[in-house]
Design a protein around this ligand. Sequence first.
Ligand SMILES: [Zn+2]
Length: 514
Amino acid sequence: MADFTLRDANEVPGRYYRTPKELWGFQLPAVRGNPKVIARKVLTANALRLGLNGVLGTIRPRRIIQSLGAWHVIFSQHYLGRYIHRAYVTVHMDGAGHRVYLIKNRAVPRDLLPESDAVTVGMRQAREKALRSIHRGSGLVKTVTHEEVWYPVRTRLHLAHKFRFHRRSPAEDWIVYVDAGTGNVLLAYDNLAQAAGRASVFDPNPVVALGAWEPLLDERGRPVSRPPIEAYRDVRLPDVSNAGTLDGARVSTRLTKDRVRRPSLDFRCKSHQRGFEEVMVFHHIDRAVRYVESLGYRGRRAIFTQPIAVNARATRDDNSWYSPATRSLGFGTGDVDDAEDGETILHEFGHALQDAICPDFGQSAEAAAMGEGFGDYFAASFFADRKATRRRVLLNAVMTWDGILCPDATNANGAPCVRRVDRPLTYESFDHAPNADEHDNGEIWSSTLWEVWNALGRALADRIIFESHFQLDGFTTFAKGARAICDADRNLYRGAHLRTLRRIFNRRGIGPVD
Ligand SMILES: [Zn+2]
């Protein structure tokens, strides 16, 4: 029979158990046979050295993994009918000769196993404690599993209740351990929404990144399908699901067919590759919601209480939308994919923001135009600092990549774009015809808001304009919207900017505002 006794092994000592945590650098003979059986024999032959005396019976094989060149036998430890959290032994052997070359050991030694497994705090009481520890808002929580386990704290094993909870919104997967002796919560963590992913995106779009649209058109005047590398920017996705899908606390692309899944959380890809639109939508909306939160709309003032659901490839048409019925966003892939332009994404996000504050916004012609104008304003405001250093001609245009095939009819030197926010329009030019386009009418409102932005600066203008929505309704008018902006200035800044605001609204023929 082969001699499996370890000699001359390197050792990493354990911190709490005074047993070796890791042994390697030894020579054991090659043998034939089942890896599980070999592993067991090696552990038995070295039980004293590993501190496994008297606990070999508590160790059960859980998994055997065959990698390209080796076998890995994984044991977990069970005691009085419950498994011990994080207590394991692993044995690693080469694939050709079954020569064991590494042993890792986190088994709890005999003298540290408790005498008693008495439960003082029952399951129901523990569950209440656990739920209280993860309480946030009113989202419904489902108990997925419950089991009793041993939970080590330094050298002591605590009998504990282990719960898995799932909350749909915000999406959370909790694991909570509650001490069955004291009722204390030993550990609670959310499996979702913890990890940071990587991505490369257009920020907001290739035209802004390059400061020019000319190089993005080919000889036939069509947008190039592969924008140059300078058009991309590497970003962190601070909050994606560990499952490798684009699900976060603020946005989820779950409505997209054939979603990307990257367990490594590395979502980098180019715009012609599958998944790019999803990544764009996720990044830009996540960041926009965080910005809104940073202005003070968080906690009990939070505007969004669940992730915004998105379909990043919703239609082949050149069209995108916000659906108030399902509170979700859809992006079209006609011409330039809408979700390839961060400004188009934020325009749509603007609708979601308004609807979250003021449900069913935009039911009258004026309210609808204000909806379109606000989305354009928000996109222009959000990305203004990206454009300031480039060509100023881009500063007052929005969706210059989405609209690269739309020359500016009113200005020969202007950038092609979907819309501008600096039109010299007044309320007089509002088209009240039943078939009027709310986007055209919206330019009156966006240009007015943009004037406020230029007069007050981004931080003040955004706060006052966001805040004004709380007193509006779905059938509102330009005049009421302007008054709400003045009220917001009174409430936030004691009316410090009223003179400026009134002057702007008067000049635009919007009001009266007094
Ligand atoms: Zn719109």
